[in-house]
Structures are given as structure tokens and as C-alpha cells.
Design a protein. Sequence first.
Length: 323
Amino acid sequence: MEKTAFVFAGGGSLGAIEAGMLRELVAWGIRPDMVIGASAGAINGAYYACNPHAAGTARLETLWRGLRRAEVMPWSWRSLFGMLRGQRAHLVESAALQRLLSRHFGDMAMERAELPLYVVATDMQTGAEVVLSSGSLVQAVLASAAIPGVFPPVMLGGRTLIDGGVANNTPISTAIGLGATRVVVLPAGFACARRREPRGPIDHAFNALSLLVARQLVQDLERWADHAHIAVVPPLCPLDVSPYDYTQCGTLIDRAAAATRAWLNADGLSSRHIPGALHPHSHDEASPSCDFDPSQAPHIHNPDASRDPHQPQAGHTHASSRQ
């Protein structure tokens, strides 16, 4: 019996991309048997698991479109200097994010979600993945989104928990471990190698982290390809938006929705290929983008065909190389 999981990856403000993807998946009529999320993906996953219908995805989209950084991480130069002087171990308190989550979830327990919900966090002492499926929904999501150095860790069940993206940013393995036979991955997005020169130390750090996460996702897709049918909603590319920039959420949602709609119309859910945007690549004037375009990707992989499902699908116009 087929068991479908939606897997929501982490990505800060780029989680808005998943809201656009989700809108089209729900409109297409696909409904998963379980929802798994990490970091920002835990917010999207939790919201969807509690509201698994078109009206719910519309409200999630509205949330992202109106979201501002001060509602999530109201940092100031004073807090930054305090952290740099060693007066505190994190940049901001999580009170603002907790208020935002409580406004939408109240004191709801995870067990009350309409779809089975699993939130991934990381044990700060051991680095081990911790999968939360019961208890306070708000506290579970706070733990999963507790970016080290930005938010304080969350104490739950005798453990000190931090961002789930540290242990498993795109928890495909978690979904398969929970019995999923089909996995639909909603990635938040990744930086293009050398799309532009990073503009400072924070930009350099985000770029490096993005490339690391993309490489780990490719390895996970290759490792678990024989354990379940894994379809990856194509990530946006190029993506020149910081995970801390909440001013572009509306644009990201619209762009992701359009690309996802094209992918679905081209039978993307039947595909097993790894999107070319996840591989090291660059852009030029002839190939400025690798957002999904059916005219550029006419050959959706057939699982019964002999072509290697781990190779990028034919038709991508950007240069791609495997490492």
C-alpha cells in the first residue's frame, strides 16, 4: 500500500517558496499520509498538517506575504554587539517567533493535527536527529527553528534542542524510516555557484551553507532512491535572496507556484530525476535561469526506462558538473 510523505526543507525566509509549491500541489489534488518538516520547513509542515486543504494553503501564503523580519527575529545592533562581546550566546530571543506561532496554533498538541506531523530537531549535546510527534506544537516548531547563534535552544523532554536543519535539513530519511513509499520533497532553495560575488562575510557564510545543504540533499536522493519513489519539486534557480530577507516573500511564492504548476503539468510527480539546480552549475546570458520550464526539460524520467535516474534530466541549458 502506497504511503505518501511531504517533506519540507529548512531555509529561513526562503520557506516562502514552499508555500508557493504547496499551493499547486494541493490544487493538483495530492494529499499525503504524513508531513515531515525541519527548521522553516517545520513551520510550513505544521501549518499544512493542521490545514490540509486549499483554504489552509491560502492562509499560509497570506502569512508569508505579510511576514516581516521583526516578527521572527527582531535583532538590533545592541543585541549583535552583546553577542560579539560574549554577553549572550544568541542574537535574539525567540519570544517574537513564539508569539507568531501561538497566534496560529495556540496551545495545540501535535497529535491533534489533521495529518500525522513529524518535526525534526537536533540534540545540541550529541548532534543526533530528534523527531518530535507529540506534545506542544509551538514548542516543537520553536525547537526545530532554533538556529544556533540566532535563537536560544529549547528544552524539551530533558533534551536541549536546536535547529533540525543541523541534523537533517531535508528529512527524506526520516520519511522513509516512518514507512513512506513515495516522498514529495519541497526544497526551499539554494545558491548558484558563482552567480555573483558574495557581498560580505554573512553573504559568504550563507552561500557556503547553501552549497553544503544542496550537496547533502543530492547525496540523500542518491542514497534513498531505491527505497521509495522520491519526487523533488524543482527549486528556484537562480536565487539571489538571503534567508534573512523577508521583503521578497511574495515574489518567491509567485515564482515557485508558476514553476511547480509547469512541473506538475509535465508529469513531474512521476519523475525520479535530481533537478539540475541541485548540482554545481553557473549561468550566462544564454541560460539565465533553470527554473522549471517544460520547453527546456521535455524528457521527464520514466521509472521503467533504462536511463540512470540519478543523472540530471535532459534539456537543462546551464552547465552542470558532478563532484
